[in-house]
Design a binder for this molecule. Structure first.
Ligand SMILES: [Ca+2]
Length: 195
């Protein structure tokens, strides 16, 4: 009986350390538009909060993934008609103080897809009625993190919310693969002639 009790006590003592350290980030963003700067991103558009966990900078969105850097931590979600209002619970274990960045995509798919316009934002300033800068907050944090443009009372111009930061790569059509293959063959043939 005594042994069982001590085992239970050890388990109890260990459990707080084993628990995840989490923070609740109440993410707000607006006004998010298509590349034209006026059309709001439709309901259920794809957005994501990305953490540069390996501190080598943020990866680039591809057709298949929000970041091509597997060391980045990605929390993706869907926004609502030009605005984001999403409470996100993030695991901050080992990540406190690392940079966070917001991405939004002109697609309602679960991945960016090919040729998709996107926008992105981060700052080290605490602004737009946020309770933190765009870095991973401490364990137990529960506060606001906003990216707001002028018409929402924020610090950024309205154009900053447009999905003009980039376009995910197009998937090459089979025809262009054929042209590439032809070009490579011609190159090899020419090198052989030169040799
Ligand atoms: Ca990274």
């Amino acid at each position: 009986m005594k042994k069982i009790l001590s085992v239970a006590l050890v388990a109890l003592a260990l459990s707080p350390a084993a628990a995840f350290a989490t923070a609740t980030v109440n993410l707000g963003a607006g006004f998010l538009t298509k590349a034209d700067g006026t059309t709001p991103l439709p309901a259920s558009s794809l957005a994501a909060l990305v953490i540069d966990a390996n501190m080598n900078g943020f990866g680039t969105p591809t057709a298949a993934a929000i970041s091509d850097d597997s060391g980045d931590v990605v929390y993706s979600f869907t926004s609502f008609e030009g605005e984001i209002a999403a409470p996100l619970v993030i695991d901050v274990t080992g990540l406190i103080g690392k940079q966070m960045k917001l991405y939004w995509f002109d697609t309602t798919g679960s991945t960016p897809g090919a040729g998709t316009d996107y926008g992105m934002y981060r700052t080290d300033l605490v602004q737009d009625f946020s309770d933190t800068a765009w870095v991973v907050p401490a364990d137990q944090f529960n506060g606001a993190l906003n990216f707001l443009t002028e018409s929402y009372g924020g610090a950024s111009s309205d154009s900053a919310g447009a999905a003009t930061a980039g376009t995910t790569p197009e998937v090459p059509e089979p025809a262009s693969f054929a042209v590439l293959a032809l070009g490579a063959t011609a190159l090899v043939a020419r090198r052989r002639r030169q040799a």
